[in-house]
Design a protein around this ligand. Sequence first.
Ligand SMILES: Nc1nc2c(ncn2[C@@H]2O[C@H](COP(=O)(O)OP(=O)(O)OP(=O)(O)O)[C@@H](O)[C@H]2O)c(=O)[nH]1
Ligand SMILES: [Mg+2]
Length: 325
Amino acid sequence: MPANLTQQYKKAEERYKVASTDEDKLAALEEMLREIPKHKGTEHLQGDLKKRVSRLKAAMESGGQKGGTKHVDVFHVPKSGAGQVALVGMPNCGKSAILAALTHAPVHVADYPFATDKPVPGMALYEDVPIQLVDAPPITADFAPPGLVNTYRAADLLAIVIDLAGAVLEQMEVCTAYLDSHKLILEEGGDAHLGRKTFVIATKADITSAGTLETLKELTERPFEYIEISSETKAGQAVLMQRIFQMLDVVRVYAKKPHEEADMKEPFTLKCGSNVHDLAYHIHRELADKLKTARAWNSPKIHDGQNVPREHILSDKEIIELHFG
Ligand SMILES: Nc1nc2c(ncn2[C@@H]2O[C@H](COP(=O)(O)OP(=O)(O)OP(=O)(O)O)[C@@H](O)[C@H]2O)c(=O)[nH]1
Ligand SMILES: [Mg+2]
């Protein structure tokens, strides 16, 4: 019997897939349970969802008990998705609003400064690729939370958030001075252990005055890339996500089992330059050495269905069929 899942159910399922915390996962699962059409054809799925809810609740409770004595580092943000982008900015510049607009993270957007006191991750989607954005407490000329440098050090990309309706030069000065003092900005030929690729999100474009961004670019001597957005009108958000995906330097590939359709729902993401063997290793460490042959589809270099060696470099959106011996 067909399940006839509703739009509401599918939306809740999407939220479940991109949820980065147990709380978000639980909320999405509970919504899936509420929204699932209750009939014979979905009985199995209903049972499955109920099991997942109770397992997650149990895990959260036992984790919570341990948490009573365990030290939790709020500045440590476990990675998930294709890459992690952490926001850097002065109070009230619009960092939390960016997460509110692009993710389901429970961030606090407020019209007063210092509303955010710890990093909060959320999942944004570029096409079918989940990318983690990290909201952060603000920095000022005199103060930044001491642990925050660890959050930034662990990220893949840093985004300096500039409020285009505020004092743009002061914000740029404060942010770059803070990042420089910790050697956090990766310069051309710099130390990739310390520095991170850094770009600028110029936000509140809807309430800026003409020429503000151009002035900022002219007077800032560093070769940052600037992406202009508004969290209010959503202008620039599609470009922002696309550029973040490109800056992360990853490819997405879809795995296919022999005689089955490819799984086009959840791509694997690997660093640019990865090959077929890397993909096999990524999927299953132990299987990688048993990889015999592979075939590729949707590749710019070869015909659909052609055999490829394990050294074949993966391109974005390629479909790879792995044959293990
Ligand atoms: N018009 C407009 N207002 C915005 C935009 N982005 C944020 N705001 C407003 O600016 C204020 C501050 O936004 P937040 O996102 O809370 O700022 P923040 O950088 O997280 O602030 P802290 O947590 O103090 O560091 C709020 O009143 C938002 O509604 C935007 O793109 N356009
Ligand atoms: Mg905030």
